[in-house]
Design a protein around this ligand. Structure first.
Ligand code: HEC
Length: 150
């Protein structure tokens, strides 16, 4: 075997290596996509209202203060499990009442507490956000968050 690497050998290693890892990357992407669509998403309960709630979540940038399943900002509580924390996950009517009560009470103005803005949402929007948070609460997040407090 020769002692020096020629230019063409280096080029082949570069192209071959790049191609090899691009293929692995494409394969992993396809596998993740398939897993999300067929296994990890509970499509049976994914209603239009849940999707509308997700849009509201994005439109009002709730994630700028909150985290959801660990993703987001750490200014305000984790909301992926808020319905469990409130003890209303199994009762949609109670969940709506609790959520509406919370949203309408903001900002609390309590000295020394972090404040959440008033979003002035309609009852329909409050229903959609409740549905979104309840649906998110059913995602099997491999025991995340580690405790109820998030
Ligand atoms: C500017 C920051 C900010 C934004 C934006 C924000 N929140 Fe909050 N949120 C807070 C803070 C701070 C608290 C905790 C307040 C407290 O405990 O007094 C909170 C608490 C909550 C709680 C109660 C959590 C619990 O554990 O009891 C819910 C539910 C909630 N927010 C929903 C939302 C939704 C839905 C949106 C988007 C429409 C949103 N928040 C946007 C700051 C924010």
């Amino acid at each position: 075997m020769r002692e020096v690497m020629t230019k063409s050998m280096a080029r082949n290693i570069f192209y071959g290596g790049s191609l090899f890892f691009i293929l692995i990357f494409v394969g992993l992407t396809l596998q993740s996509h398939r897993y999300i669509v067929t296994t990890s998403t509970n499509t049976a309960t994914l209603t239009d209202s849940v999707a509308a709630g997700k849009h509201l979540w994005e439109k009002h940038s709730c994630v700028n203060c909150h985290s959801i399943l660990g993703e987001g900002a750490y200014f305000a509580p984790e909301l992926g499990n808020v319905m469990t924390r409130w003890g209303v996950q199994d009762d949609p009517a109670a969940a709506f009442d609790a959520f509406k009560g919370w949203m309408e009470a903001q900002p609390t103005g309590i000295e020394g507490r972090r404040q959440m803005p008033q979003f002035n949402l309609t009852d329909e929007e409050l229903h959609q956000l409740t549905d979104f948070l309840m649906w998110t609460n059913t995602i099997r997040a491999q025991d995340w968050p580690p405790n109820d407090a998030g």
